[in-house]
Design a protein around this ligand. Structure first.
Ligand SMILES: *[C@@H]1O[C@H](CO)[C@@H](O)[C@H](O)[C@H]1NC(C)=O
Ligand SMILES: *[C@@H]1O[C@H](CO)[C@@H](O)[C@H](O)[C@H]1NC(C)=O
Ligand SMILES: *[C@@H]1O[C@H](CO)[C@@H](O)[C@H](O)[C@H]1NC(C)=O
Ligand SMILES: *[C@@H]1O[C@H](CO)[C@@H](O)[C@H](O)[C@H]1NC(C)=O
Ligand SMILES: *[C@@H]1O[C@H](CO)[C@@H](O)[C@H](O)[C@H]1NC(C)=O
Ligand SMILES: *[C@@H]1O[C@H](CO)[C@@H](O)[C@H](O)[C@H]1NC(C)=O
Length: 887
């Protein structure tokens, strides 16, 4: 067992006199992973199997062949029993004497999902109730020689939530249950677990149980490091950078020593005295960067490089090193600017990175899988790279999911993707009992310390839509009871979460909610009368039935942090979880996967505003065409709305405008089903994602009609100024020969602005040009600088394609060739082909462009495969769709 003399000698001495160099050298903390193969059984012992840690019960059952793919057909209902049962994880391990002889041994869980009792050798060492916390249990006295048996007894998250809700008798904390269409479980707001795991309007109910992050033993004689973070700050009065380095230690006894911080590439090094009390202590050191070293900044994607520095961190006690590690430091500043705008009531709302206003372009992130152990670094890389490839610079990590794994944020740091990070509360009211608040405080402190070094995170936000839920009374709470809920709201998000953020990380802004009116909400007591006010803060806006081609239907907000439309994924994605009888739009499967009330009907209603619905006599073809058309509808709707936001960045119209962000809902999918996502489960790009690549382009022409006029705007996110003109080409639907081209005068377009380049009565243009009408003609347009195209080609369909005159069924042929690592598809068409769509089934990869308007006889596009493939394989599966093909 323990070396008694050693503990004694240290306890009775002043540290610096007593700890010999040899002792210090052997006293670095040691870490020993207990992850790997564990045993798993259900409550009555009828099932007993091997299970991976990290992992969850569903994944273990699947891997052992005890269940089918939970995503297959209606299996989410069939496997409900898994999450209603209680499960126990067990492992047996032994530890070398050296470890047991350390002064202290801690059992560390980086993530337990969620409610458990943990025993070691039949002694309860602790309990857990929050999947977002890290848990440390002192097991110094519980470890023994030979086999140690570690048991994690989990209880059903569904059962736990029900019991907690029942116990909350003083007043209700709604919503009780999700809408029936979601086929989910109740009272998820009573458990600190991914809120979407009890079902969401885009995802299934899989209330997992498991050990979803690593487990290890940490043993040490003197101290161990719990957190290390480095957050740069810029002092604008002295123009000097400093780095706030926080070291959180767990110390066996009081010690004193030195901390040395060095940024070699910036000729910066400083040594600090450190005096650590016993137990957990936070220690903050301010490292001043050498003023003669110029600092290379971290920039968001599209604005510059993502420069970084290595910082060496050492801790010395009496000549011996107890800590010697390296961490990354990224220099950037972030400010949220809320100040009066001339000519507009309210306040601005935009982010300034390194002093430069940045228009946030991107989307919202949800968990990449119901079973997080199945999310690989490759999955994350592929999704995040796809975001950057579509010219996004921001993702909002939405508050109904999880704080993502470290690697997610590291990839974002490297790619220059900015993250709007919600705390994990969404679309609900929450209890405020003391134990709930206590576990939330631990969660928030842990997550801040874990994540605050990441430059990608530009804002913390308290929750998703909970200010709006109270303000606009989603849950039908009587007026007289409102104050109780406002009080709970401020207690949770302001008095607790906000005050912790202000204490632990002052290097980026905090918002209490999204959407919110920001400073105005604060003035109104944190719950604004109308959190969707376009004159303040951010907004979320959804309207599925209003014509999405008409920009007058969109709120001219300061920052759009959510908006979107649903579509279905492609057949190749659905085929992985369905059988032929499911492949009809009205099948049981189709309605089962739709978790948004009337969602399937809404998609067709919106599509029918502008398109003929599919009419193929062949049911499978009609189904494919319908999937395709929902994607066309979605892509076109989100394009119209996003272009409206981007062209509104420099204008105030009727008191509204200066829009500085467009984050559509949503980037990714959690399973194969209909949703607002632009990337299907598995990584395949929907048409919307190809459109995003264009509508988020740094330089973008936007065309629209206003009061009989055609306007073309130039939008520029560039750093430098350009002189641009708009070139407009008129086509007749009936011909591939352009009928006329007009060019606007050249005008200066400053970096970071949007302005009209061209305005003329549309009828006049059409009459002068080709004597055509909005039904017979359409436009393409682009921007030019000194005769050279800048930014993508864009188009404006002047009437609904269903009313277009002269649109013909095209004959389309394709040919595939290999060019090194990529493939070229050459397309020939006999007629104008709108929304031309190439599909290569489940061959992983993406095209450089897809879903485009084909107005030339011939065009080639590139296919970038994500795994080896061949011309033969691609040619065999390649299909081409276009709008006129569906009816
Ligand atoms: C044990 O639990 C499983 C899963 O909940 C259940 O299907 C089975 O009937 C139970 N067996 C007995 C003997 O109670
Ligand atoms: C699971 O554990 C809870 C709490 O101990 C208990 O109330 C419940 O009956 C258990 N469920 C099963 C299926 O054993
Ligand atoms: C700052 O850098 C200069 C030039 O590299 C170096 O000479 C000087 O010693 C550094 N100052 C400090 C305080 O480290
Ligand atoms: C750090 O420790 C001090 C002293 O114990 C405490 O007052 C402070 O709140 C702590 N800071 C954080 C960020 O936890
Ligand atoms: C771009 O133009 C604006 C407005 O005319 C001017 O204030 C700014 O200095 C120019 N920027 C550059 C980089 O030339
Ligand atoms: C323009 O087209 C209309 C009908 O499409 C036709 O009646 C008229 O003569 C044409 N005008 C000219 C100048 O070609």
């Amino acid at each position: 067992m323990k070396a008694f003399w050693k503990g004694l000698s240290i306890l009775v001495c002043v540290w610096s006199l007593c700890i010999s160099r040899r002792q210090v050298e052997t006293s670095r903390s040691e870490s020993r992973l207990l992850s790997g193969k564990w045993g798993l059984r259900n409550s009555n012992g009828s099932l007993s199997l091997a299970a991976d840690v990290p992992g969850c019960v569903h994944s273990a059952l699947l891997r052992q062949g005890l269940i089918q793919d939970p995503y297959y057909r209606l299996n989410d209902l069939a496997y409900r029993w898994i999450s209603l049962d209680n499960w126990t994880y067990t492992t047996t391990f032994s530890v070398p004497r050296g470890t047991r002889q350390k002064q202290r041994v801690s059992l560390v869980f980086d993530g337990v999902d969620t409610v458990s009792t943990i025993s070691l050798n039949d002694v309860i060492v602790g309990t857990t109730d929050n999947m977002f916390r890290r848990y440390d249990f002192d097991v110094s006295m519980t470890l023994r020689q030979g086999d140690n048996v570690l048991v994690v007894d989990l209880v059903s998250a569904v059962g736990y939530s029900a019991r907690r809700s029942q116990a909350h008798t003083t007043y209700k904390v709604p919503p009780a249950c999700p809408p029936p269409v979601q086929k989910g479980e109740c009272h998820v707001n009573f458990i600190r677990k991914a809120q979407s795991s009890f079902s969401w309007d885009w995802g299934p109910s899989f209330p997992t149980q498991g050990i979803w992050r690593d487990v290890r033993l940490e043993s040490y004689d003197i101290l161990r490091l719990l957190y290390l973070s480095a957050a740069p700050a810029f002092d604008s009065s002295s123009s000097l950078w400093s780095v706030e380095v926080e070291l959180v230690f767990d110390t066996v006894m009081a010690v004193e020593g030195y901390v040395k911080l060095a940024l070699a590439d910036l000729a910066t090094q400083q040594t600090f005295q450190a005096s650590l009390p016993p137990g957990q202590s936070n220690n903050t050191f301010i490292l001043h960067v050498n003023k003669s070293s110029p600092v290379d900044l971290w920039w968001p994607a599209g604005y510059g490089k993502q420069n970084r520095y290595q910082m060496n961190v050492q801790m010395m006690l009496d000549g011996g090193l107890v800590l010697d590690t390296v961490t990354q430091v990224y220099f950037r500043t972030v400010e949220l600017i809320q100040k009066p705008i001339p000519g507009s009531p309210g306040m601005s709302f935009y982010f300034q990175i390194n002093g430069r206003p940045v228009f946030l372009k991107g989307s919202n992130w949800i968990p990449a899988h119901s079973f997080q152990d199945q999310v690989t670094p490759e999955t994350l890389k592929n999704l995040l790279q796809s975001a950057v490839d579509a010219n996004m610079n921001t993702l909002r990590v939405w508050g109904g999911g999880i704080y993502e794994q470290d690697q997610f944020y590291s990839i974002c740091d490297e790619l220059g993707l900015m993250i709007w990070q919600d705390f994990m509360f969404a679309c609900a009211l929450y209890p405020t009992e003391s134990d709930f608040m206590e576990t939330v405080r631990e969660e928030v402190t842990h997550q801040l310390r874990r994540l605050k070094s990441h430059p990608s995170i530009i804002v913390w936000s308290g929750n998703n839509e909970n200010e709006a839920a109270i303000a606009t009374n989603w849950f039908g709470i009587p007026q007289s009871e409102q104050p109780q809920y406002v009080k709970d709201y401020t207690s949770l998000y302001v008095d607790n979460i906000r005050s912790i953020v202000l204490r632990v990380d002052r290097t980026r802004p905090f918002l209490t909610s999204s959407p919110t009116n920001g400073a105005e909400s604060e003035k109104e007591g944190w719950v604004a009368q109308n959190p969707y006010d376009t004159h303040y803060g951010d907004t979320h806006y959804y309207n599925y039935l209003a014509d999405c081609w008409d920009w007058r239907n969109f709120p001219r907000t300061r920052l759009a942090s959510e908006y979107g439309f649903q579509s279905w994924p492609s057949l190749s994605t659905l085929m992985k979880v369905s059988v032929p009888e499911d492949w009809r739009y009205s099948s049981l499967f189709s309605s089962h996967r739709q978790h948004h009330l009337a969602g399937n009907m809404e998609m067709l209603l919106q599509a029918a505003l502008h398109f003929h619905l599919p009419q193929s006599p062949h049911p499978l073809q009609e189904y494919r065409d319908t999937l395709y058309l929902t994607q066309v509808m979605q892509a076109q709707c989100v394009k119209a709305q996003t272009e409206f936001y981007r062209r509104s960045r420099s204008e105030i119209i009727e008191g509204q405008g200066h829009t500085m962000g467009a984050l559509y809902w949503q980037l990714n999918d959690i399973w194969q089903g209909p949703s607002w996502a632009s990337i299907e489960f598995g990584g395949k790009w929907k048409m919307l994602h190809y459109f995003a690549k264009d509508f988020f382009a740094p330089v973008l022409p936007v065309g629209f009609q206003d009061q009989g006029n055609l306007l073309i705007y130039a939008v520029s996110d560039l750093n430098n100024n350009k002189t641009l003109s708009a070139v407009i080409t008129v086509y007749q639907w009936s011909s591939l020969e352009p009928v006329c081209t007009v060019t606007s005068g050249a005008a200066p377009v400053s970096g970071g602005t949007a302005l009209p380049l061209y305005k003329t009565p549309l009828k006049e243009l059409l009459a002068n040009c080709a004597n055509c009408t909005v039904q017979t003609c359409l436009l393409t347009f682009h921007l030019e600088e000194a005769g050279r195209q800048l930014g993508p080609m864009n188009h404006l369909l002047l009437s609904s394609p269903k009313e277009a005159q002269g649109l013909q069924k095209p004959d389309i042929t394709t040919k595939v060739q290999q060019d090194g690592n990529t493939f070229t598809v050459t397309i020939q068409t006999s007629a104008i082909a709108p929304f031309l769509w190439l599909d290569v089934g489940d061959i992983p990869g993406r095209f450089d462009s897809n879903g485009f308007l084909m107005v030339t006889k011939s065009r080639s596009v590139q296919f970038y495969p994500w795994a080896p493939t061949s011309v033969a394989q691609l040619s065999q599966v390649l299909t081409v769709s276009s709008l006129r093909g569906v009816y």
